[in-house]
Every structure is written in structure tokens, then in C-alpha cells.
Design a protein around this ligand. Structure first.
Ligand SMILES: Nc1ncnc2c1ncn2[C@@H]1O[C@H](COP(=O)(O)OP(=O)(O)OP(=O)(O)O)[C@@H](O)[C@H]1O
Ligand SMILES: [Mg+2]
Length: 496
């Protein structure tokens, strides 16, 4: 059976411009999304990718330019209007309503009804079908807020599929997914292509382009700077187009840490989540934490910092045992956690970037605030992480990658002795990634103890002095840099 193409030539954007106060997000961008094809949209953090897709899906009105769908004028008045025309967007930031069930989220605003009432049975059954398509075996009545970031991401995809779109945008769909889920997603995309759906795929993982794309478009500073109508583009070419220069070695060799033990963790456990976690972290050491999605990595580090109490085991900091009953205990003891979920835990979306960065510092200054000094420090922290945006901008209006940088900046302000990064480069562009790796190395050189949780194996291997591996909530080993490679880590990650 050949592909059942939709009639017409798909969706075209012509000369799209969009301005926000103080920022020209898009200037005259063209894009053609053809049925049955995947166009990969690339660009640095803040280049305008999400903004362009929000115009496409009716979230924003463009200031200039026009769009056509099958050669007819296409002017969506809102996301619903776009959905009615068959255009759907899977947002970069999770947008599920935490208090609603997964099924309710999937069918929000269009629940099946019977005699005027929501037909829950049908809704839950249909939802289960869509969940299965994305590889989730999960009770659709579970509340969305109870799900991990990875699961929420998959639910977002199920929700878009349920709209049966003919133009579908994935805005960094793989940022929080592990290898297996990414494979399933590739299969879904192959199926959608076969069915003639036109797809836009935004990613910072440039190796994905070869897997999914039929065409590539690169944005820089709101303008289209390169395009290829085939996927045979070398990674260096894409980087060059994105950042206007080439980028070399991003993993400098880590230094040898000192013998001094900063943090000693013994038999740490939290019932039902993880157990038997035992390691020492030395001054100046970078300890990687690897494992598959669901291995208990994020749970483990949030217990270390005190955000969720341990049910067994001990945490000893510089020789003193610590109870760690709240994240404040952790911060007081000189620890900081850059969390995985920047939207939920990382930033106060309705405060300015400056206020967000100053927040923990202010809270620990106990009243005496030197506002000028603080402002300078905030400016310094912003530059250090290469955050692109204004300090006076609301956090919610930063691009996704720049939000992540703001979270890092805010914790750097406290000069912690131990800093835990949970997926530090999720959604961060190649250039800024290199900057964050440099920051991690600088901190280690200054004697900070660092723990890096990452689903990107090359990142864990490239950065760490040692790699701790979790599998199904159990610590299955700690590998020295010399013994850690993809095979040895993966072997431990599936052990137990
Ligand atoms: N609602 C808004 N108000 C003000 N500025 C905005 C708003 N939305 C986006 N911007 C700005 O527009 C620019 C483009 O942002 P956009 O989110 O499109 O970037 P992106 O390419 O998706 O980046 P990332 O890879 O980090 O997600 C950025 O400078 C951002 O700060
Ligand atoms: Mg974006």
C-alpha cells in the first residue's frame, strides 16, 4: 500500500515576521511543510523556532507575512481553529493540567459525550489506545501530575495523535526521552509519514536529523539562514549554519579530584524508588549518574538534597551527618540542585529573569540586601551561562533553552560546595552546551563536588571522573573513567 497523501501541497509560510517588545523574534521566514515529509527545524536557543511554530499553530498571530494550506489562505485565529484545520503542535514545555487525569488531558475540550454527559468509559478506552501507540502501558485515569517528565512528554504526543492532524509539529520531543522511547517515536513518525502527515521536527540532537528528516531548515536570530531539501547534511554543516562558526572539542578531560571526601552516602534508600546507593564524592570530582528512564536517578538526587526524605541510609557532609529533611537543609549545607523539570521546579514563570536569578541568594541573605551588588552578580551569572534574553523579561517568555540557563545561573549565585545537575543540557543548543560543560569544569577546578545526571551517554562519559549506574532503582556499579564506555555503562544499566 502506497502512502495515502493528502491532496494539495501542504502548508507554506511566506515572509513571516513577529516582534515582541524589545525582540524581533522572526524576520521574513519561509517554510514549506510537505505532506508525507519531515522537515527538521534547527537553530540556537532563542533563534525563533518555537515562535515560528506557534504562528503555524495559531498560538500567535504573525505581524507580517502569510500562510497557505493546500494553496488556500490559512489564517488560524487560535490553536483550536488550527486544530480544526488539521494543524497540531506538541509544545516544548509540558502543558498538561496536573489535576486532570491523563484521559481528560488527551481529550480536553472535546470529551466524548453520551446523552449530554462525558462518556468516561469511551474516553478512557480511547485514551488507552493512544497511550499504547506511544508505548505507554498506563491507567488513563492516573492524574497527569503524578507522572514523570518523560511520561508526560509521551502523553503530550498521544494527545496530538488523538487530534488526527495532517500537519504535526514536534517541538523538541526527545529532550526528556530515553533511547527506547525515542525508538518508538521514530516508528510513530514513520507511520505518520506513511499516512501522508506533514511533520516539523525541532531538535538540538543533531544526530536525529539523519534518522527522521527529509529536509532541513536552519534559523539564526529569527532569519532563515540555510536550507537543504535532503537529509544528507553533515553535523558540522548544520552547526556552522546555526552558530555561524565551527565548534570543536566540547569535552575537555576532567582533572584528578582531591582525596578529600565532601559527601559520603551510605545505603541510601527510598521505599519503592531506589535502594543501596553508596558512594563518596571528592572535592573537585565530577560524578556522572547514568541509567535508563525510570531507573530512579532523579528520585535519588532529589533525596540527596532533601526534597524527598530518605527511608534508610545516611548522608555525611564534610564529616557531619545530615538529616536532609527539606531542600532548605540541603542549601544550608552548601548543596544545590539544578532540577530536571525547569517549568515545574526551576523558575517562577511570572517573575522577571533577574528576580528569578536573585531568588535563592536573596532568600539566604537574611534581610541585608546590597541591591547594587546583587544586580551586578545577577548580570555576571547571566553572562556566565550565556543566557540570551533581557533581565527584565518574564521567565515564561524566555526560549526553552534560555530558561534552563536561567535555572543554572540562579544556583551558581549561591556558590555551592556541591552542585547536582539533573539533565543540565536538555534543550540546550550545541554552542551553549560547550559553555555549560566549561562551567562544570571550572567549578570542579575550584574544588566544587559535582554530580551530573544525564540520559545522554556521551555527555556522562565525556564529563565524568567516575560514573555511577542505577538500574531499576538499584546501584549496579561505579565505573572509573578508564573503564567507562557505552558498553560497560549499558551493561550495568540493564543489570539487576
Ligand atoms: N512571549 C514572548 N514575549 C517576549 N519575548 C519572547 C516571547 N516568546 C519568545 N520570545 C523571544 O523570542 C525569541 C525567540 O524565542 P523562541 O522561543 O522562538 O526560541 P527557540 O528557537 O524556540 O529557542 P529554544 O531552542 O531555546 O527553545 C527569544 O529571544 C525569546 O526570548
Ligand atoms: Mg523553543
Amino acid at each position: 500500500m502506497g502512502p495515502t497523501k493528502w491532496p494539495g501541497d501542504g502548508l507554506r509560510m511566506h515572509g513571516i515576521t513577529k516582534e515582541f517588545p524589545g525582540t524581533r523574534a522572526l524576520s521574513g521566514v519561509d517554510l514549506h511543510v510537505k505532506y508525507g515529509e519531515v522537515v527538521s527545524l534547527l537553530g540556537e536557543n532563542g533563534a525563533g523556532k518555537s515562535t515560528l511554530m506557534k504562528v503555524l499553530s495559531g498560538v500567535y498571530m504573525a505581524d507580517g507575512g502569510h500562510m497557505t494550506l493546500n494553496e488556500e489562505p490559512y489564517r488560524p485565529t487560535g490553536p483550536r481553529d488550527a486544530a480544526a484545520a488539521g494543524v497540531a503542535l506538541i509544545h516544548q514545555e509540558l502543558s498538561l493540567l496536573p489535576n486532570l487525569s491523563i484521559a481528560e488531558n488527551i481529550f480536553i475540550g472535546r470529551q466524548p459525550t453520551r446523552l449530554g454527559f462525558v462518556d468516561r468509559q469511551t474516553m478512557n478506552r480511547d485514551a488507552a489506545g493512544y497511550l499504547e501507540r506511544v508505548g505507554l502501558r498506563l491507567d488513563p485515569r492516573t492524574s497527569a501530575g503524578a507522572c514523570s517528565v518523560a511520561v508526560q512528554q509521551q502523553v503530550e504526543i498521544a494527545k496530538a495523535l488523538a487530534q488526527d492532524p495532517r500537519i504535526l509539529v514536534f517541538d523538541e520531543p526527545t529532550a526528556s526521552l530515553g533511547g527506547d522511547e525515542v525508538e518508538i517515536l521514530y516508528q510513530i513518525v514513520a507511520g505518520l509519514k506513511q499516512a501522508g502527515v506533514g511533520i516539523v521536527w525541532i531538535t538540538h540532537r543533531l544526530d536525529e536529523v539523519a534518522h527522521v528528516a527529509d529536509a532541513v531548515v536552519v534559523l539564526r536570530d529569527g532569519a532563515r539562514v540555510a536550507a537543504w531539501d535532503h537529509p544528507a547534511v553533515r553535523v558540522e554543516q548544520m552547526i556552522e549554519a546555526m552558530v555561524g562558526r565551527s565548534i570543536d572539542t566540547i569535552y575537555p578531560d576532567p582533572r584528578t579530584p582531591s582525596d578529600e571526601v565532601l559527601l559520603s552516602v551510605s545505603d541510601l534508600a527510598r521505599t519503592g524508588e531506589f535502594e543501596g546507593v553508596t558512594f563518596d564524592l571528592h572535592r573537585g570530582e565530577i560524578l556522572g549518574v547514568a541509567g535508563l528512564v525510570g531507573a530512579g536517578r532523579s528520585e535519588m538526587v532529589s533525596t540527596l538534597i532533601g526534597a524527598r526524605p530518605a527511608t534508610a541510609g545516611t548522608i555525611t557532609l564534610r564529616g557531619n551527618r545530615h538529616a536532609m529533611r527539606s531542600p532548605i537543609d540541603g542549601v544550608r549545607a552548601g548543596m544545590a540542585l539544578v532540577p530536571e523539570d525547569r517549568k515545574g521546579q526551576g523558575l517562577a514563570q511570572r517573575l522577571t529573569v533577574a528576580d528569578n536569578i536573585a531568588l535563592p541568594k536573596r532568600a539566604f541573605l537574611h534581610g541585608v540586601v546590597d541591591n547594587r551588588g546583587l544586580r551586578q552578580q545577577v548580570q555576571g551569572a547571566k553572562e556566565r551561562v550565556e543566557l540570551r534574553g533581557h533581565l527584565s523579561q518574564l521567565a515564561m517568555t524566555l526560549s526553552g533553552g534560555n530558561q534552563q540557563k536561567a535555572v543554572i545561573a540562579k544556583w551558581l549565585m549561591l556558590d555551592p560546595e556541591i552542585i547536582i545537575f539533573d539533565e543540565p543540557t536538555r534543550g540546550i543548543d550545541v554552542g551553549a552546551k560547550a559553555a555549560i560543560y566549561e562551567i562544570i569544569h571550572e567549578l570542579a577546578a575550584k574544588g566544587v563536588g559535582i554530580i551530573v545526571v544525564s540520559s545522554e551517554l556521551p555527555e556522562v562519559l565525556g564529563l565524568s571522573n567516575r560514573v555511577l549506574v542505577l538500574s531499576h532503582g538499584k546501584q549496579t556499579g561505579i565505573l572509573d573513567r578508564d573503564n567507562a564506555d557505552e558498553t560497560s555503562v549499558m551493561t550495568l544499566a540493564v543489570a539487576g
